[in-house]
Design a binder for this molecule. Structure first.
Ligand code: CP
Length: 324
């Protein structure tokens, strides 16, 4: 059985293979008829226990473009509110003939549990679990960086060696930051995290990246600057610094963006909070790839589902956890 649970489990070859396959999928998206028959007769359930706009719709679009039958499940309005467990929910859905489960869950580790408990036989794809991992987000971010910083055609087969990527903001609660650090390290990029000390996790010293508290000093040497939302909904108490202080020290405005090299891009996984971590001027500028990232997400998710369900075999760093 094949799964995608964590970006940390992907080898360089796995990652390059997904990125290159996504380029093929993007070519399909450019055609008048955007559908492939590849997953005809296969059923995929999108199991969302947490809110989502981009990831949920992007997976659904990817599945439909591959001609899969799609079932959308949202915990809101389901029997989860009556106390039904993840195991019973998953087994109920599998009894209806599901080949793959795309799961987003507020609990870190829920997709791993689903993939490794023996509860179900279906392939499991992590669409974001708690503060842990969001591997398809890291893949679509790497795809966007490779296209912009290496080239759409010249990037095929290439990694991100020698590129400097800065990730700014609420690292503590960010599965996007964790996934990106893991994948970017595998792809040879140098990563710097910039955050207030209160928004860095314990044990950050062991992550394969640099830490800085000075955004202005890191901007001139960055090829891409990824801004993160402050996840107030995951905080029990008011965070320090205050919102105004946070924006002043860690927000990206036009003046700061001008310190970046001319070729450098601004990234954001969304949802953006304009006026907090990013100004409208920057979000709406031609250097911001937030919308491009969303478009690229469909190609990446098509590639992941095609490779997982289409029979390809991956190497894996940490078998049997993930792509295998
Ligand atoms: N980037 C991302 O995961 O967005 P959603 O929460 O809207 O899916």
């Amino acid at each position: 059985q094949r799964h995608l649970i964590s970006a940390a489990d992907l080898t360089r070859d796995d990652a390059i293979r997904i990125l290159d396959t996504a380029e093929e999928m993007a070519r399909v998206a450019d055609r008048p008829i955007k559908k492939l028959p590849t997953l005809r007769g296969r059923t995929i359930v999108n199991l969302f226990f947490e809110d989502s706009t981009r990831t949920r719709i992007s997976f659904e679009a990817a599945e439909k473009r591959l001609s899969a039958d799609v079932i959308n499940f949202s915990a809101k309005g389901s029997s989860v509110s009556k106390g039904e467990s993840l195991k019973d929910t998953a087994q109920t859905l599998e009894a209806m003939g599901v080949d793959a489960v795309v799961i987003r869950h507020g609990a870190s580790g829920a997709p791993y549990r689903l993939a490794n408990s023996g509860w179900i036989d279906a392939a499991v794809v992590n669409a974001g679990d708690g503060t842990h991992q969001h591997p398809t987000q890291a893949l679509l971010d790497a795809f966007t960086m490779r296209r912009r910083l290496v080239g759409r055609d010249t990037g095929l087969g290439q990694d991100l060696g020698g590129r400097h990527i800065t990730i700014v903001g609420d690292i503590l609660h960010s599965r996007v930051a964790r996934s990106n650090v893991d994948l970017l390290h595998t792809l040879g990029a140098e990563v710097t995290l910039v955050a207030p000390p209160t928004l860095l996790p314990v044990g950050i010293e062991s992550w394969p990246c640099e830490i800085s508290y000075d955004l202005d000093a890191t901007l001139p040497k960055s090829d891409a600057v990824m801004m993160l939302r402050v996840q107030s909904e995951r905080m029990n108490a008011a965070f320090f610094p205050t919102e105004r202080e946070y924006s002043r020290r860690y927000g990206l405005d036009g003046e700061r963006m001008a310190r970046m090299p001319e070729h450098a891009i601004v990234m954001h996984p969304g949802p953006m909070v304009r006026g907090m971590e990013i100004t409208a001027e920057v979000a709406d500028s031609g250097r911001c790839t937030a919308i491009e990232q969303v478009a690229n997400g469909v190609s990446i998710r098509m590639a992941v589902l095609y490779l997982l369900l289409g029979g390809a075999v991956f190497e894996s760093k940490n078998a049997p956890v993930t792509l295998q």
